[in-house]
Design a protein around this ligand. Structure first.
Ligand code: PMP
Length: 391
């Protein structure tokens, strides 16, 4: 008999200690987690139905209601990343008989259109507008296409555009449509007021301003959106993300809870701490801090002779700044130099901005005046290096 039945040896690299370098993450996310959030992950696991765990979930829920500025009972964190929340949002409220109007201001609108199309939902796009300007959504779009859902990305991290939302919720409701907003890159960095702006479905991600690890994504549904889900003719195509079942697990319908799946326990501890830090600072102060650091970053970039991608100051996303790659520079060379010499992550463009811009994120714990100086210093050096190497 063979000494062992095993045909696959223990992987030698796995037998080495875990190696994670120190980096300053100033890309469009993830951003660095504050020590308090990291410390939360070192707590012992709890059973997913233990009263203490349910209590932590309630605290997460209350934190989401604060961050979103909503009183919606159906507010919780889905077990997954921002994409998971996007899919959950779309397929819980949209059935094949529905149509979704998608405002496209960059890759996240394109992604939502892709997700909706995979659900067999009719997707309408109000004319191509990948330009870095605030999307001009007119009443005509709603009248012409008669969508049941309008999707918008509040913070388009691929182009660095902030989508104004004023009046859109009311407009949608006048036309029998639900307003669905992605705030993965903007929550906590730019004002968003779910109830006052009449947003029906809002989701975000933990790894940006909240400074928590990916894996639990906040999401909330208005009463209007919940009623639409209750009227569904078909079941949502995923059990895992069926919002009404999840609502029961999260205690959104009352005190009795039904096991649905094992929540990512450590990820929820961290999200709780990220939300607590936002609540302690206060949303308004957080918005002001992000805007102020973005303004001084933009000034510094222009002083370096760089051109901002989003011309109109008001249309700039305070969390992610896009700056044009100078014609005589290779963007990859700059990004690599900044990483190799300074251990700072900045990244290139994505989707419509690929090869055209650098994206610099200042989010949550990373949105500080000291980080503005650090990234400007690193970029100055990288640009000089790039010019020197051309001589
Ligand atoms: N929407 C926006 C605006 C984003 O910036 C991102 C992540 N960069 C996502 C959605 C997707 O989130 P995730 O990578 O966590 O799935």
């Amino acid at each position: 008999m063979a000494a062992t039945q095993l045909r696959v040896a223990p992987p030698p690299r796995l037998l080495q200690p875990l190696a994670v370098p120190q980096r300053l993450l100033l890309g469009p996310g993830p951003s660095n987690a504050p020590p308090r959030v990291l410390a939360a992950a070192t707590h012992q696991l709890l059973g997913h139905m233990h009263p203490e765990m349910l209590q932590i979930m309630d605290e997460v829920k209350a934190g989401i209601q604060y961050a979103f500025q909503t009183r919606n009972a159906l507010s919780l964190a889905v077990s997954g990343t921002g994409h998971c929340a996007m899919e959950a949002a779309l397929f819980n409220v949209a059935e094949p008989s529905d149509s979704v109007l998608v405002g496209i201001n960059g890759i996240w609108g394109e992604r939502a259109a892709d997700v909706a199309a995979r659900l067999g939902v009719r997707v309408r796009v109000p004319g191509p507008s990948p330009a870095p300007r605030a999307l001009a959504l007119s009443v005509q779009g709603l009248v012409r296409h008669k969508p049941t859902v309008l999707f918008l990305a509040h913070g388009e991290s691929s182009t660095g555009v902030l989508q104004p939302l004023e009046g859109l919720g009311e407009l949608c409701h006048r036309h029998g449509c639900l307003l669905l907003v992605d705030s993965v890159a903007s929550l906590g960095g730019a004002p968003i007021l779910m109830d006052q702006q009449e947003i029906d479905i809002l989701y975000s991600g933990p790894q940006k301003v909240l400074g928590a690890p990916p894996g639990s994504a906040p999401i909330s549904f208005s009463e209007r959106a919940r009623e639409k889900m209750l009227r569904r003719k078909t079941k949502p195509p995923s059990f895992y993300l069926d919002m009404l079942c999840l609502g029961s697990y999260w205690g959104c319908d009352g005190p009795s809870r039904m096991y649905h799946h094992t929540a990512p326990i450590q990820s929820l501890y961290c999200l709780r701490e990220g939300l607590a830090m936002l609540a302690e600072q206060g949303l308004e102060k957080s918005w002001v801090r992000h805007r102020a650091n973005c303004v001084s970053l933009c000034q510094g970039l222009q002083e370096l002779g760089l051109e901002l991608f989003v011309k109109e100051e008001k249309a700039r996303l305070p969390t992610v700044t896009t700056v044009k790659v100078p014609e005589d520079c290779d963007w990859k060379e700059i990004v690599t130099y900044v990483m190799d010499k300074y251990s700072i992550e900045i990244v290139g463009g994505l989707g419509p901005t690929a090869g055209k811009v650098f994206r610099i994120g200042l989010m949550g714990y990373n949105s500080t005046a000291a980080n503005v100086d650090r990234v400007l210093q690193a970029l100055r050096d990288a640009l000089q290096h790039c010019h020197r190497s051309k001589l």
